[in-house]
Design a protein around this ligand. Structure first.
Ligand SMILES: [Fe+2]
Length: 116
């Protein structure tokens, strides 16, 4: 979880941050955006007030844009970031590809008419 009491954890005060230090601070900022999205969507889901739910979801969506901005900045600051993220995405795609044939078979079995 992000540490909200100190916005610059691990930084030596009195000087500008190096890009690596800034990247670490951005990671905390990204985590804070994700936490905010979670909170606002949970509140939207928990209310029967349609206006409040719409406002909360709109705010959650704005936080998603902020997360996108932080993620893009992180990819600029940390040159390896994009490749690590791509590697993770590829791993999931491999898992999706392995599951796809099983899903299709199960769907065909269900849809196939019974023989008499
Ligand atoms: Fe935000």
């Amino acid at each position: 979880m992000p540490e909200f009491m100190n916005p610059f954890p691990g930084m030596v005060p009195g000087r500008k941050m190096k890009d690596r230090e800034l990247a670490r601070a951005i990671r905390l900022s990204l985590a804070a955006e994700e936490e905010a999205i979670h909170l606002y969507e949970a509140l939207a889901d928990a209310t029967t007030n349609k206006l409040a739910a719409a406002v909360l979801q709109d705010i959650a969506n704005e936080e998603k844009e902020h997360a996108g901005e932080f993620l893009r900045l992180l990819k600029i600051l940390d040159k390896g970031e994009e490749q690590w993220l791509a590697n993770g995405a590829d791993e999931v795609e491999e898992m999706v590809a392995k599951l796809k044939p099983a899903r299709k078979k199960a769907a065909k079995k269900k849809a196939a008419p019974k023989k008499k």
